[in-house]
Design a binder for this molecule. Structure first.
Ligand code: C5P
Ligand code: C5P
Ligand code: ZN
Length: 467
């Protein structure tokens, strides 16, 4: 149990891996979000250094069909930032191969794994999901394999930030990785103004769309943000182009920071200052900030351009540029989806509002790969009261529908994973996730049953059960 048990398990996985001859073909199957892409990148570099032939597949979630169709000419399958929720499928279909699962999601219980399958997950040792990301687990594996892989520590932290494991600091295991990264000169800690999108949003949008904190009178109002800047003598535009925080002079930065400090204190809200993590070797300011780096990787994974994300992690200059450019398409996709939600707010067929539950039945109006992000974003706006559960249903193809579940505000009592797990037990389908965020895949003809079972579950107040 605890840290030493977990670290022993990592050493066990490395010994298992070393027992597999180098001639064997490796396939890496990883999750499509920032954590999954950083996890895959760390493992790709580690496989290169170990002289292993490898290929990669990035997936939104594990489905039986996908496992059945994995190429037969590979001998070793890694599942990174995914796999733990589907142990019995993996055991059934891949027990004649070798498998290493490096994950941190809630794992399927009571599955006796074949000796060809090695499962690493901090939750097996009573450590929480937030202790370490999927990329962090892969990093510990890679570092144990070859100490040279310590130079990938920053990628493990991108994964942790992408999974929201940073909250003015990290928990123990992530923090150990941070210490590695700092000692190697890969990462630096900076304190100061810290708003989401510091390097990628024009100033007025930075202020108007900040959710932590929300500036009263400015939140959601770009004109008010423009007026705030103009009153400070900070011009929001230069030569007909919006200015970014990085474009400000030193004096303007100080003026803006002081004004935001005074404004927050007069409005009695949290000051917008905190820790940020900087990659000193990155030339692009967006990739130089770990938080923005994670958003870039999410854009790549969710817009099906995972190769740009992997390239960005592994310092390929051309792919890095493409990855950063994709941020604009990603933001457009998110804005369009949020606009659709807004337009359909009163359409009771598309958006079902109950007392503690909002169900967004987007059908094919929202891409399934961004449904989770949209649900997380809606949970952070002022749109719904604290404690409201939000679920978004989005169609994957003609046969399947994806569902994401989140809750508004600080959540200490309801596990999103156990709510969806119980609903899926009745409806049928795949489910996964953790305390704060969960997702599921159901057959399209079960959409209505899913909605009624979810309402039944929530309105019977059964959701207070912890996972
Ligand atoms: O698969 P994984 O755990 O990496 O997915 C993380 C997802 O969960 C992200 O989309 C993130 O937005 C969401 N999340 C959240 N709140 C948390 C933790 C994660 O919305 N506290
Ligand atoms: O897709 P979404 O962002 O809603 O997923 C929330 C969490 O649930 C993520 O950690 C994701 O990896 C997990 N999930 C899963 N299996 C699914 C759907 C989502 O493990 N079928
Ligand atoms: Zn993860």
């Amino acid at each position: 149990m605890g840290y030493s048990g977990f670290l022993n398990c990592i050493s066990g996985a490395v010994a298992f891996f070393r027992s597999i001859p180098k001639s064997k073909k490796v396939m890496i199957v990883s999750h499509l979000d920032a954590d999954g892409i950083s996890a895959a990148s760390i493992l790709i570099r580690a496989m290169e250094r170990d002289g292993r032939k490898h290929s990669l597949m990035i997936i939104p979630q594990i489905e039986r069909k996908m496992i059945e169709e994995l190429p037969d000419d590979c001998d070793l399958f890694f599942f990174t930032d995914t796999g733990s929720g589907n142990l019995s499928y993996i055991d059934t279909y891949l027990r004649h191969k070798k498998v290493i699962i490096l994950d941190h999601h809630v794992h399927e219980k009571n599955v006796k794994l074949h000796e060809n399958i090695f499962h690493v997950n901090p939750q097996l040792f009573n450590l929480s999901y937030e202790e370490i990301s999927g990329a962090g687990v892969v990093y510990l594996f890679a570092k144990e394999l070859d100490n040279e892989n310590e130079d990938l520590a920053h990628l493990a932290l991108v994964g942790a930030i992408g999974d929201m494991q940073e909250n003015n600091g990290f928990q123990y295991l992530n923090n150990q990785i941070l210490m590695n990264g700092i000692a190697k000169g890969l990462v630096q800690i900076k304190t100061g103004l810290n708003l989401f999108g510091m390097h990628s949003r024009p100033l007025h949008k930075l202020l108007a769309f900040s959710t932590a904190p929300k500036f009263p009178g400015i939140y959601g109002n770009e004109d008010a943000a423009l007026a705030f800047l103009t009153n400070l003598g900070i011009s929001p535009q230069k030569e007909a182009r919006w200015r970014y925080f990085d474009d400000l002079t030193k004096d303007e930065k100080i003026r803006l920071e002081s004004a935001l400090l005074a404004f927050s204190s007069s409005e009695n809200i949290k000051a917008p200052f905190g820790i940020s993590y900087v990659l000193p070797h990155q030339k692009d300011p967006i990739l130089g900030d770990l938080r923005e780096f994670a958003t870039v990787l999410n854009a790549c994974g969710r817009l099906h351009k995972e190769e740009y994300g992997i390239g960005a992690c592994l310092d390929d200059p051309i792919l890095q540029k493409r990855a950063v450019e994709l941020l604009f398409d990603y933001k457009k996709a998110l804005t369009n989806a949020l606009d659709w939600v807004k337009k359909n707010e009163r359409n009771g067929k598309s958006i079902i509002k109950r007392e503690n539950l909002v169900i967004i039945n987007a059908k094919d109006h929202i891409a399934p790969t961004i449904a989770g992000t949209i649900t997380s974003m809606l949970a952070k706006t002022n749109a719904f009261p604290e404690g409201t559960l939000i679920t978004t249903l989005a169609r994957v193809d003609d046969n399947f529908t994806k569902a994401s579940l989140r809750i508004v505000g600080l959540n200490k009592t309801s596990s999103m994973h156990s709510i969806l797990f119980d609903v899926i037990k009745k409806v049928g389908g795949e489910v996964g996730g953790h305390f704060s965020a969960a997702g599921a895949l159901i057959s399209q003809d079960k959409e209505d049953i899913f909605i009624s079972e979810l309402i039944e579950k929530i309105e019977n107040k059964e959701e207070k059960i912890l996972s």
